[in-house]
Design a protein around this ligand. Structure first.
Ligand code: FAD
Length: 322
């Protein structure tokens, strides 16, 4: 018999992030013919065609209180939808918001949680989730022993729904808050300007390390990134040296990314950095030290000075990227 799966959409600035479509793809595989529900919280939401994305039911909570992520309010709203839908599995993105919200919901409802999945096998009655362990050096298979349970999905790893468009039932949910709920309100989020492309959802990342040598040195990386439509990332070495903001840091204590193409410039390839990027589909390393460990994980290696190599790449890509 099919299952009911609830996806909690990942929304930023009123728009859905790609990982929501990836979660809807997973949800359809888990549902095995059952119903896929999606809960969307935000303010002045720009809703896509959820039928094409694989949802059967959409639960919309469009309220000024949801304009910024406020843990207590989001938690209450999501629990309200879970109680109405009674799903067997609830999917959250393994994003900044999802990592905070999923365990809070799971704890309140006494549910188990499987975190940061990168794949799922659905050919048996009970799905088997695949997740990285030991900072990405190995993968483990996890099975839930009771339902319902909560799962967080790593962005950029799973395919969106590609089946026939569905007819969607849309439900509007009005959540009421009492004084205790409103004891904390996030009034404004002041974001640092860290580039136009979201690092965790970027298809291409140009990343710089201590070899970039200065804040100004990063300009050659930004030029290449602009031509490629890429995001700029960094090693902790570069962030610690003050060359760029910590929001760009990739690695064990930074962001985990899985782009189609990762270009590492002047990064040695410490294990803590690899933990954040080694699952990238294609890795290109530019380093003047032929013994640098980054070359062990790179698909393509360029031994050379990044200040000579990167501008040449930018010039060549300019010729082919219209
Ligand atoms: P370096 O190791 O100094 O490497 C610089 C590289 O640039 C060298 O290989 C050099 O050959 C090359 N180079 C120099 N000049 C040029 C040039 N002109 N052209 C080409 N190449 C050049 N690190 C992270 O990145 N992310 C993390 O999340 C993270 N978390 C950590 C957590 C813990 C608990 C600890 C202990 C460490 C963590 N680190 C992390 C730090 C990590 O161990 C390394 O120190 C760091 O990744 C090194 O950064 P780097 O590669 O930029 O610098």
């Amino acid at each position: 018999m099919g299952k009911r799966i609830l996806v909690v959409a990942d929304v930023r600035n009123g728009a859905l992030r790609n990982v929501t479509n990836e979660m809807l793809g997973v949800a359809n595989r888990l549902a095995q013919g059952g119903a896929v529900h999606v809960a969307v919280l935000g303010h002045q939401l720009d809703l896509p065609d959820f039928g094409a994305a694989g949802a059967d039911d959409v639960w919309v909570m469009d309220d000024a209180h949801f304009g910024n992520y406020t843990p207590s309010l989001y938690r209450k709203a999501v629990i309200e939808v879970i109680q109405q839908v009674q799903p067997q599995v609830v999917l959250f993105a393994h994003s900044a918001v999802g990592k905070d919200l999923a365990p809070a919901v799971a704890m309140r409802l006494g549910l188990g949680q499987i975190s940061d999945i990168t794949d799922v096998e659905t050919d048996t009655e009970t799905p088997t989730f695949i997740r990285p362990i030991y900072a990405g050096k190995a993968f483990t298979k996890v099975v839930a022993t009771s339902e319902p349970y909560v799962v967080t999905v790593r962005p950029n790893n799973l395919a969106p729904y590609d089946g026939a468009p569905k007819t969607v039932n849309t439900h509007t949910v009005n959540v009421t808050f009492d004084d205790a709920d409103l004891s904390t309100i996030v009034r404004e989020v002041v974001r640092k300007a860290t580039g136009a492309v979201d690092l965790t959802e970027a298809k291409i990342i140009v990343s710089g390390g201590r070899g970039v040598k200065s804040e100004e040195g990063f300009s050659v990386l930004y030029e290449l990134a602009e031509v490629l439509g890429a995001a700029v990332g960094a090693s902790r070495g570069a962030c610690d040296a003050g060359y760029c903001d910590y929001a760009l840091q990739i690695g064990q204590t930074g962001k985990v990314v899985t782009p189609d193409l990762y270009i590492a410039c002047g990064i040695s390839g410490a294990i803590q950095h690899l933990a954040g990027m080694s699952n990238s589909k294609v890795i290109v390393a530019i380093n003047k030290d032929p013994e640098a460990p980054i070359f062990q994980v790179a698909d393509y290696g360029i031994v050379g000075d990044l200040f000579e190599v990167v501008p040449q790449l930018t010039a060549e890509f300019k010729k082919v990227m219209v």
